[in-house]
Design a protein around this ligand. Structure first.
Ligand code: GNR
Ligand code: NI
Length: 171
């Protein structure tokens, strides 16, 4: 097991579109384990492979307090989404310290493979629906801040660059 490095916005590698997983094999199962450990360590409630610079369509999610309900989504597809939207104050491990309200579909149905390569279909609302959509955006090279106004995006970039400078001078 390994804790992987998480890419931070603005990093052009976060804009890579991930490729479908051709075969769910031991290599993918090892990636899933390492991603889960990285997410639990952070801690976060979800992680997309894109964030650890692996550009394959793999997502891990765990909304439980006990960190014992891991959901693995490989090659996820949204097969249905509600017209009704919900807003949620989102954060992202690739955009540390930034929380902004984002609007997304309130309910979704997702088809994906699990870590055994079996097809599963999941219906989600609330935070799970938010998280799945947030992670699928990562696989498509999108970070949640890109849903905000250009003014907010440039303020967030400045804030993160400043944080980086301060971390460099105090190290
Ligand atoms: O840990 C996370 N929390 C979170 C909170 C609100 C909406 C989305 C998220 S996902 C985020 C982890 C992450 O960055 N996943 O890509
Ligand atoms: Ni994120």
């Amino acid at each position: 097991m390994a804790i992987l490095d998480i890419l931070h916005y603005p990093d052009s590698r976060l804009h890579t579109v991930a490729k479908p997983v051709a075969q769910v094999d031991d290599r993918i199962r090892q990636l899933v384990k390492d991603m889960a450990q990285t997410m639990y360590d952070a801690p976060g409630i979800g992680l997309a492979a894109t964030q650890v610079n692996v550009h394959e369509r793999v997502i891990v999610i765990d909304l439980s307090e006990e960190q014992n309900k891991l959901l693995v989504l490989i090659n996820p597809e949204i097969v249905w989404q509600s017209e009704a939207a919900q807003t949620y104050e989102e954060g992202c491990l690739s955009v540390p310290g930034v929380f902004e309200t984002v609007k997304r579909a309130a309910e979704i149905r997702v088809r994906a493979l699990d870590e055994q390569g079996q097809t599963q279909e999941i219906e989600a609302d609330g935070l799970l629906a938010v998280c799945i959509q947030h992670e699928m955006d990562h696989l498509n090279g999108k970070v949640f801040v890109e849903k905000l106004s250009m003014l907010k995006q440039s303020r967030i970039k400045n804030k993160l660059q400043k944080q980086k400078r301060e971390a460099a001078t105090t190290a």
